[in-house]
Design a protein around this ligand. Sequence first.
Ligand code: AMP
Length: 177
Amino acid sequence: MNPLKILMIGPQGSGKSTQSKLLAESLKIPVISTGEIFRKLSKERVGFGQIIRTILEEGRLVDDQTTYTIVEDRLNQSDCRKGFVVDGYPRNIEQLRLFDPHFDRVIYLDVPEQELIRRLMERGRSDDTDESVKRRLELYYQQTQPLLEYYKKQRILIEISGMGDIQTIQDEIKKRI
Ligand code: AMP
């Protein structure tokens, strides 16, 4: 099979990280999660780490320039030559304009909003406060959701229901890519 460049897209709480990891493992390709990259960076006590930490805690987005540079850099590393799963980029139209990884497949995990809120409250990650959860969902519907139209027009969008158990969803993804 040709190297597959895959984007996993969906709101916070849709299960995109879990599904990205499982898929990448089975295809033996790396998963590039911008959320994880930023959470790691936020642990640096000074300078840049501090700035990122505040942004994560407030549920805002890291600026587009910084984000695209980090992603482009990472995708240019040699392990990505055999394909990759990206979890979390692009998050808005501007990021896509700055750097488009030219995905072959875009998997959209669809989960109703009430269910997302329920899951996010249960998850209790340190950056999951009431306010930040609300802001991240708002940002998703305003800025990320519009990207789906773009991928639909390219005919690479695969819509998957994110309701149900993890393995069933993963099987459905594998069947449809
Ligand atoms: P996630 O794990 O995908 O929910 O991402 C966690 C946090 O990392 C987000 O709330 C943002 O603050 C930041 N982040 C992740 N991906 C991006 C991106 N593409 N652009 C800007 N900020 C991002």
